[in-house]
Design a protein around this ligand. Sequence first.
Ligand SMILES: *Cc1c(COP(=O)(O)O)cnc(C)c1O
Length: 438
Amino acid sequence: MRRKGLASMAVQTVATTSDSADTVDLGPASGLSCRECGERFALGPIFACEACFGPLEVAYDLPSGDPEELRKRIESGPDNIWRYAPLLPVPADVAGKPNLNPGFTKLVQADNLARELGVTGGLWVKDDSGNPTHSFKDRVVAQAIEAARAFGFTTLSCSSTGNLAGAVGAAAARAGFRSCVFIPHDLEQGKVVMAAVYGGELVGIEGNYDDVNRFCSELIGDPAGEGWGFVNVNLRPYYAEGSKTLAYEICEQLGWRLPDQIVIPIASGSQLTKIDKGLQELIKLGLVEDRPYRIFGAQAEGCSPVSAAFKAGHDVVRPQKPDTIAKSLAIGNPADGPYVLDICRRTGGAVEDVTDEEIVDAIKLLARTEGIFTETAGGTTLGVAKKLIEAGVIDPALTTVVVNTGDGLKTLDAVAPTTGMSAVIRPNLDSFREAGLA
Ligand SMILES: *Cc1c(COP(=O)(O)O)cnc(C)c1O
C-alpha cells in the first residue's frame, strides 16, 4: 500500500510538469524505464512506475560508432565527471554551468596494503574522499542538480545519513538553489557542521534514517513540499546515474580495463547497482574488453539487512533497526537491496559485514599503510575486503579495487578513543630522550 501511495504521488508530479517534460534537454537521456516491467515514461521528476510501482531508471540513446573516437573524446574532456557527459543525463554544455564539478578522484595503487593483506594481483583504492565535500555523494548530487535545473525546481532537498546533506548544501550554494535538507538528529558533529556551513536549512529529525526518508516521502505529497526537488526521492533516477562515473573512472584509470573484483559499501544500494550499470555500458560501448568481473557489497554488522539476505539465500531484504558507528551506511530498509543481491550473485561476488571493532581496525590499517584517512563507511568496505580475502572468497591473485567513499575527518569519534599523542613532553631534549622516542 505504501508503494502505491508513492506511485500516485509520482503521477501527480508528472501531470503538473508534463508541459516542460517534452522540452527538457538531458543530453543522451531518452526517457525513464521501469526496472521491473520495462514500461517507458517521458523524462520528468518521477521515480515510480505507474503500471507496477517499480523504481524508474534513466534510459539512453548512447553514442554509437567507433569506440576509439569516444575514448579520445572522453580523454580530452575536463578532469571531472563531465568528461563522461555523453553517457550521463545532463545537457552537452554541462561543463559551463555552475556546479561543484566533482570526480576524477585518485585511484591509489595500494602496494603496502596489498603486501599486508597478501594480495598479489594488484590492489587499488578509489579514493572518493577527494571530492569537494569529501564523499562520493558529490557525484550523485551533481547529476540531480542538472535535472532540477531542467525541471525548474528552485529548492533542493534530501533525506540523508549525513554526507548527502553536505553535498546538497554545497551544490545548492554554488548553483544558486535554496536548500532544505533532513538528517537524523544524532549524527556525528563533522557531518552536521559540514551540512550546515553552506548556509541552507538543515533539519534534524527525531528518528533514524528510515524515519527521515518516510517523512520526506510524505512531504513530497504535501503542498508544503511542492516545487521541491528531493535529490534522492523524486530526482532519484537522475541522482543515481552519478554513481556510474565511479565505474567509468576506475576503468579509465586502469588503462580502459575492467578490474576483476570490486568492493563497494551498501547503504541504499544505489551506488553498487549503478557501478554495475556503468561497467555494463563500457562493455556495450566497446570501451573495455568484455570479461568477467565480480562485485562485492560491504555492510556493518549493526546494519546488515542485505548481507543477511545474501547469506540466507533470500531474494528479499528484511528491514533492520540500525545500530552501528557506520552511520552513513545505516539504512535499515535499503531501496535497492534486491538489485544488489541480484548483481552480487550474477557476478559471482558476495555481500559480507563486519563489526564496529573491525571497522575501526580497518580505518587504522588504511591510514597506516597508505596514508588515507577514511570514514567509518570506508572502514566497513576495507574491513569486508580483508575478511573476504582471508576467507579465500576474494582471489588475492586477481586485480581488486576497494572503493573509499568518505573522509575520516567527518567521523573522528570512531578512532579518537584509540588514537592520540605518543607522549607529552617539556620543550627540551632531555625530556624528549626520557620519553624514549629518540
Ligand atoms: C551514502 C553513502 C554510501 C552508500 O550509498 P548508497 O548509494 O545509498 O548505497 C557509501 N558511503 C558513504 C560515505 C556514503 O555517504
